[in-house]
Design a protein around this ligand. Structure first.
Ligand SMILES: [Zn+2]
Length: 424
């Protein structure tokens, strides 16, 4: 198959020049962590960790499939009001609160998504085995919701003051394509954005572009008895699936790669007829906007050719479209924004080991993506250790959420600029 030249160019492009030698700018210092109010807030996390674990379990056990986050949203709202904080619930369902700064600092926005991917009838009872908590949704992203609530309590209890406002948004519909975050950023300003999502230790400052499409093939259909030689949407779809998997991709592990998957196949109602409609979905992902567009076009053209060969009609429907943040070299400036190195330094201060040279990654698929593509200095940082997210065997390591929560406090103090002078 003839390939658009852009793919070839992407394949040949040299990796970014060797990692630069100058240190990246940071807003974190050890002295900052020694500011009495910061220290007190950190101690508050240690002193109340059992209560935090109990609340984390309570939140996990509230089913919250995307678009059905109401119970969690009501719980979070009640907790925030109990802390004496202002609460705004917008019309899509995001719950927002704000700690007012003393003035003159940036508005720092944290985002923690309320929703999970699990159907409402899923058993979300948490079982504890040693330090591990097991339940669908316990890791992604119930941990961040609990962490954010506890970080707020700790900052209030310690009297921690920052120059900038600290805004925490509990977003909805993250798993449906970051819809709650997009809705929020359409209506609210943010100088800095930190998404709380992912495994503890991750610092992502880019955005994986993700296109979800449904490829629909339609024809007139026919009884099997009269089907010979008739246009056949299933044959067109089958040919198209085979053909799109022949589109070459940059090798896995290349500086910029891409991946796609045919996930849902659908069509036909009866055994004894050519179906009138057959469809399949494509999930296409890469951080490179040009490669995303090129591959998308190649896939759509491939489907169009398969449809024409079978004399059926073809239409592509977008299910969701999240744009890509850029190739690593295009994101070099992003890496130099202090929000990234501050996040790395905070984790190291908290004793989290990060691989040298790969402390931060120019990718991401969280609420942070919405900030990245809008040009807002943005990172996504993790919540706890854990695994098997989006599955029934999802689990999380309880004690690691303590670090995830302290991370929020240190990021708030560093990025929203603690108002109290560090002790000399
Ligand atoms: Zn998540």
């Amino acid at each position: 198959m003839r390939l658009p030249t852009v793919i070839a160019v992407a394949l040949l492009a040299a990796p970014p020049a060797a990692a630069q030698q100058q240190p990246y700018p940071t807003r974190f210092t050890r002295a900052l962590a020694e500011v009495p109010a910061v220290r007190d807030a950190m101690r508050h996390i240690d002193d109340h960790f059992e209560a935090q674990l109990a609340e984390w379990i309570r939140i996990t056990e509230m089913p919250a499939k995307s678009e059905h986050e109401e119970r969690r949203a009501a719980y979070v709202k009640a907790q925030l009001e109990g802390m004496g904080l202002p609460v705004v619930t917008d019309s899509i369902g995001n719950v927002t609160t704000r700690l007012r700064g003393t003035g003159g600092g940036p508005t720092l926005v944290f985002a923690a998504h309320l929703d999970t991917v699990h159907p409402m009838e899923t058993d979300v009872t948490v079982t504890r085995r040693g330090d591990a908590l097991h339940a669908p949704g316990v890791f992604d992203n119930s941990a961040s919701v609990a962490n954010a609530l506890q970080a707020l309590r700790a900052m209030l209890a310690s009297g921690l003051k920052t120059k900038g406002d600290i805004v925490i948004v509990f977003t909805v519909q993250e798993e449906l394509g970051l819809r709650g975050m997009a809705y929020w950023l359409d209506r609210n300003p943010a100088d800095l954005l930190v998404a709380l999502d992912g495994g503890l230790g991750s610092v992502n400052y880019g955005a994986l572009g993700i296109y979800w499409s449904r490829m629909v093939f339609s024809g007139e259909g026919s009884h099997t008895n009269t089907s010979r030689g008739k246009p056949h949407p299933a044959r067109a779809a089958a040919q198209c699936i085979l053909d799109i998997y022949r589109i070459p991709l940059p090798p896995a592990g290349a500086p910029v790669s891409a991946v796609y998957n045919v996930g849902i196949l659908d069509g036909g109602h009866v055994v004894n007829a050519i179906p009138q409609e057959v469809s399949f979905t494509v999930d296409l992902r890469t951080v490179d906007p040009a490669l995303l567009a090129t591959l998308d076009t190649a896939i759509v053209h491939t489907c169009g050719r398969a449809a024409a060969a079978e004399k059926v009609t073809f239409a592509r429907e977008f299910i969701q479209k999240n744009e890509a943040g850029g190739r690593p070299e295009a994101l070099a400036d992003r890496r130099r924004h202090p929000i990234v190195q501050t996040s790395v330094d905070v984790l190291r201060y908290l004793g989290v080991e990060l691989p040298a040279g790969r402390e931060a990654a120019p990718t991401g698929s969280t609420d942070a993506n919405v900030g990245v593509v809008r040009g807002i200095p943005t990172v996504a940082v993790g919540r706890s250790r854990g695994g098997d997210q989006h599955t029934l065997s999802e689990w999380a390591d309880g004690p690691s959420a303590r670090i995830g929560t302290k991370q929020i406090i240190l990021l708030a103090a560093a990025l929203a600029e603690v108002a109290e002078r560090p002790v000399p």
